[in-house]
Design a protein around this ligand. Structure first.
Ligand SMILES: NC(=O)c1ccc[n+]([C@@H]2O[C@H](COP(=O)([O-])OP(=O)(O)OC[C@H]3O[C@@H](n4cnc5c(N)ncnc54)[C@H](OP(=O)(O)O)[C@@H]3O)[C@@H](O)[C@H]2O)c1
Length: 320
């Protein structure tokens, strides 16, 4: 089934915060797992979900830093996980499954952007594709037994960065012509396609899946771009404050928690949708990433199925 990318009118928008979206929602008894939930948008997502009563599991590449950051957020806990390492994903997942807990919300949020060319794993996978997409693909498959057939949601944080590249079918790992922005873009198209295909498997397993563009937010994500280049990128004003149209991290977390909890998304016709500003995104009418929307290659079910198969071959996993 193809999801219609059309606004539904939710009462929330670009300025809503995660706490606005969760006002009046009690998540007591709910378990959420959020990758990268100790920095930037992910940290605000953790805060908001925990504040609403959820138990929040935060697997972390740097667990001692995560423990420090999360101290003082009741209900948040951290464990070691490196999404660039399939073995780390396996061992984290096995430990989680041993606890017998159900995962109501899986939020695939961690990500890296604009890295210099970096290779990971024995086969020298390109790092953005490996970590942002294949790592979350593997994690979701490994955690499959903990997802409930009674409506677990999987939210994958994509980006309007997807505007710059569809999937490079002939050269997924940039064996030639590496470009840091195209590498990020491909991985974000992959995030959107992953969400789309996962949801299409839903009628049998009861899992709803969504992709989210959080908006543009200054966070440690931009750590590989020198500060002096931020203004040229259009991210900051002359005095260094966030440019017009940028969101706060609390606003950036709003669409994730909306996609994770909104009853409006129980409707199967909306499954697999790409969301932004706490609503379904519409097809992009320009190349302006601040305005956002979806490019056709990020909502194409045939591409989503093809990527799923390729990802399954690369990771050796297909538990759905
Ligand atoms: N900020 C924006 O404007 C924007 C716009 C569109 C989409 N997004 C998306 O939003 C998501 C969150 O980004 P953010 O802005 O909040 O960035 P951030 O503050 O840098 O957070 C990213 C998180 O991912 C974690 N991470 C990185 N590599 C990892 C690995 N190998 N294993 C496990 N965790 C790893 C980071 O941990 P360490 O700190 O330990 O590396 C960090 O906690 C990303 O998927 C990003 O693509 C952001």
């Amino acid at each position: 089934m193809t999801t219609k990318q059309q606004k539904i009118g939710t009462g929330f928008g670009a300025h809503s915060t995660a706490d606005d979206v969760l006002a009046g929602i009690d998540l007591t008894g709910t378990t959420a797992l959020i990758t990268g939930g100790y920095s930037g948008i992910g940290l605000e997502t953790t805060r908001a979900l925990a504040h609403a009563g959820a138990q929040v599991v935060v697997p972390a590449r740097r667990p001692s830093l995560a423990a420090t950051v999360l101290r003082g957020i009741p209900g948040a806990e951290t464990h070691a996980l490196d999404l660039a390492d399939l073995e780390s994903i396996r061992s984290f997942s096995e430990r989680f499954l041993e606890t017998g807990r159900t995962l109501d919300l899986l939020i695939n949020n961690a990500g890296v952007m604009a890295w210099p060319e970096t290779r990971v794993g024995p086969d020298g996978w390109e790092a953005h594709f490996a970590l942002n997409h294949l790592g979350h693909f593997a994690l979701t498959h490994r955690l499959r037994p903990a997802l409930s057939p009674n409506g677990s949601r999987v939210v994958t944080v994509a980006s309007s960065g997807h505007f710059l590249s569809e999937i490079r079918w002939d050269d997924l790992h940039f064996r030639t012509g590496y470009d840091r922005w195209l590498a990020y873009a491909q991985s974000k198209t992959a995030n959107a396609l992953f969400a789309l295909h996962l949801d299409s498997l839903g009628p049998d397993n009861g899992i709803r899946s969504f992709a989210v563009h959080p908006g543009s937010i200054l966070t440690p994500l931009q750590r590989h771009i020198p500060r002096e280049d931020w203004h040229a990128q259009g991210w900051t004003t002359e005095d260094g404050s966030p440019a017009a149209g940028f969101k706060t991290p609390q606003q950036g977390a709003a669409t994730t928690v909306w996609a994770a909890t909104s009853p409006l998304l129980d409707n199967a016709r909306r499954g697999g949708a790409y969301c932004q500003d706490c609503d379904l995104a519409e097809p992009a009418t320009s190349d302006d990433m601040l305005v956002g929307g979806t490019k056709p290659w990020a909502t194409n079910p045939a591409a989503a199925a093809r990527l799923w198969e390729l990802s399954s071959e690369l990771t050796g996993l297909n538990t759905f």
